[in-house]
Structures are given as structure tokens and as C-alpha cells.
Design a protein around this ligand. Sequence first.
Ligand code: NAP
Length: 446
Amino acid sequence: MSMDKIREAILNGASSEVFSSLEIPKTYRAAHIKANEQEMFKGLSSNEKDPRKSIHVGEVPTPEIAPDEVLMAVMASSINFNTVWSSIFEPVSSFGALTRLAKESEWAKRHDLDYQVIGSDASGVVLRVGSAVRNWKPGDRVTVHCNHVDDQDQSAHDDAMLAGNQRIWGYETNFGGLADLAVVRANQLMPKPEHLTWEEAAVNALCNSTSYRMLVSKNGARMKQGDVVLIWGATGGIGAYAVQYVVNGGGIPVGVVSSPDKADILRKLGCEAIIDRKAANYQFWNDNGTQNESEWRRLGKDIRGLVGEDPDIVFEHPGRSTFGASMYVVKRGGTVVTCAATSGFMLEFDNRHFWMRLKRLIGSHFANYREAWEANRLIAKGMIHPVLSQVFDLANVGEATYQVHHNMHEGKIGVLCLAPSEGLGIDDPETRARIGEDKLTVFRRG
Ligand code: NAP
């Protein structure tokens, strides 16, 4: 009942005073995993582990908020690859992170529960602010970035991603975004881009900020005009934003995908140099566990065939299956920037090519508040666009996660939480019309 009133207030654009006076429900609907099921997939391969079995959607108690936090109503959220990792308890179960977090403070103890509300993206409306929150008030329409940092720690200053207690909200903390309510720190909030629907606004923060740091930020590869950038998974969550950053920044993207349909999406993004890795059928690894340098060379030749030179930057994340090739094909003096290892994290490459050709390797992880803010600003200005392909209801979040786990999707999958239907939440139709529906719907299916 009180949740219906919250939804109604949001849909009616109620005032801050109205939001302040709304009753907060004692429980709320949330996608969660259970500590007593951490071993449920023991002995199975990654592919056999089924998120539809481990993710539950049901009522959980509403937590208190700390002085530096806000309680928000979540209109929409998204599936990230970390939703897959949480739900299959790989590479480690996330419950250990909650136990470690609980040791930090009295407030942190709330996180250590026998369930974890997952999800690292959200768009919605602030309902309550803690007593130390300065810049936000009930009624504010927001998106959330997932860098969870305690700014009392000296290590959190300079670059917050280097903070000793840096965590990813909704993955290494509780009370995440795949729910009707969420608890976030005030320093995770950003204004919702006004020309977007709730579901379009919900899919960007994690992947867009990650790609911004990897390619644009001084903490990443510092791409410059004319740079050739090889992008693995170029229509996946982070790859689809990476392509946009390369095109916007005057670079030359070489996008790798695995189907002609994905190649069509890339052309619509302005990426002309495309490799279909399935058609090319690269065999970087031999059956006996050694790597095949002639296949690395074949990839290099294919890239030269398309753009006439080697990549200045490789946007790397598949990990074990591609890493040796990425380190080989990158130009003399070039940079491989990596944020992940989807296919396996024990990597192997030929160090001779690395040192003799003076290459560089940069490890990158999410983004600090400033970087996430800059990335969100580019969305708000219509210079980077959401890559929403499909929308699921919260009740079907297990199936949505299954699709991401098995690479059955493109771009990002959005999830409706309190939003009753798609298409709501646009506050600036003029900007939307100026940008054009075609730009905002490149990834939409059907
Ligand atoms: P995604 O939406 O599933 O996209 C990944 C893409 O990679 C797929 O579209 C697929 O494209 C390609 N791919 C998958 N396996 C591959 C393989 N073996 N060889 C070559 N290409 C492969 O996932 P995402 O959201 O982009 O995330 C990608 C990875 O980055 C995940 O591991 C995720 O956890 C990680 N990540 C890390 C951070 C961070 O802050 N550190 C942030 C975001 C994501 P094709 O099949 O079309 O080639």
C-alpha cells in the first residue's frame, strides 16, 4: 500500500515535501541471493550454474539509513555481468565481502545478512536523506554509480578507486539496485539525464563509467585523436560505450563481435572496421594448452587489412581466451587496458613481444565519482547514448541474468522495478527530439 503511494507520487511528479511525508514500507521487494545456497552449484561448470535457480525475488526488511546515505525508490535497474558473478557464486561467493564490510563500523554491520540484495545500477527518486547529506533531498530524480567508498579514509582521496575500502555497491555490499528500494551513499548519486526514460537512465552508470575510465580518463589509456582502438565485445555492455567514446574522440574503432546482426549494430554506431570473430574462427589456444602465435598474427593481419595499421589501444576484458592475442597485436609502444577476465583470469602472454616493443598494460576497475559524473554528463548532453536492448520485469530477473550469462543479449538489459511500464520518466522531450529516437534505440530489439 505505502509502496503504491510512493510510485504514485513519482508518476505525478510530487513535491519534495510530499516525498518527505510519505510512509516508508517496513519491507520491500528485492532480487536476492541466499547465504545458505552458496554451495548449491558445487561440482558444476560455470555454464551449468543457473541464475534462475539462485536469484530469488521476494520481500526483505527495509534497512535504516546511516547519516551519509539516502533511501531511494528504484524505478529501474539493469543486469550487469557482476549480477551473473553474484548469482553463480564465482569467482568467489560475495557473502565473504559482506562479512568483511561488517567489521568496519556499527552501520556497516547491517550488510552482513543471510541474504544479499544484488544489483549495481539504478534510476529512481530519493525518499529519505541521512542527517549528514548536503546535496540531495527527497524528490530528487537520480541515477546511481556503484563506487562505494568511505571518504574518511586517507586512501580514498586522490583517486577513490585506490581506496583501501573501495567496494562495488550491490556486489560487495548489500541493499543493491535490483529492488523497489535501495540504500546508497550520497556520494554515489548523480542527476538523472532528463531526456531518458527510467529504464534508459538505469543501464548506463556501471558500464559507461567503466569505459570512460578505461579510454578517456587520465587514469586509463588516454585515447587521442586518430588512435586505432581494438574493442573486444564491441556490442556488449562496456564495449558498446567504448565504441561511442572512440568515435566521439576522433579515434578509429575496430570492433570485434560474433554475429552479422551485431556487426549491423556497430555500423549504426559509426564503426566501419568490424571483425566477426565467429566467422574468422580464431584458434588462439591449442588443445594441449599452449598458445598459437600464428593465430595472433592472423588477427593482426586482419586488423591491418581493415585500417592499415596496428592498434594503439586494445580494450580488453574477455581475458584468458584473448589476452595473449591482445598483447601481441597492440602497436609498438601501445597500450592494453583491461578491466576483466570473463573467460578466465589466469592469463598468459609472450613477454618478449611486450618488453621488446615497449608496450604498456593498464589495470582498470570501475570509476571514481568524478569520472562517473563526467560519463553521466555526456549522457545528459546527448553525446553518449544508452545501449538498452531489452527490458524485463523484476520478477524475471533470473531469466535476464541467464541471458547475459550465456551471451544471448546485446548492449544492456534493463529491469523495471517500481516503474509500471516502459517509456516513463522523460522530463525533457525537447532534448530527446533533438537527439532523435533513432540514436537512442540503436540496440532495441524488435
Ligand atoms: P557483456 O555484456 O556480456 O559483453 C561482453 C562481450 O564480450 C560479449 O558481448 C561478447 O561479444 C564478448 N565475449 C564474451 N566472451 C568472449 C570470448 N571468449 N572471446 C571474445 N569475446 C568474448 O559483458 P560486459 O558488461 O561488457 O562486461 C564484460 C566483462 O567486463 C565482464 O567480465 C564484467 O564482469 C567485466 N566488467 C568489469 C568492470 C570493472 O569495473 N572492472 C565493469 C564492467 C564490466 P561477442 O560474442 O559479440 O564477441
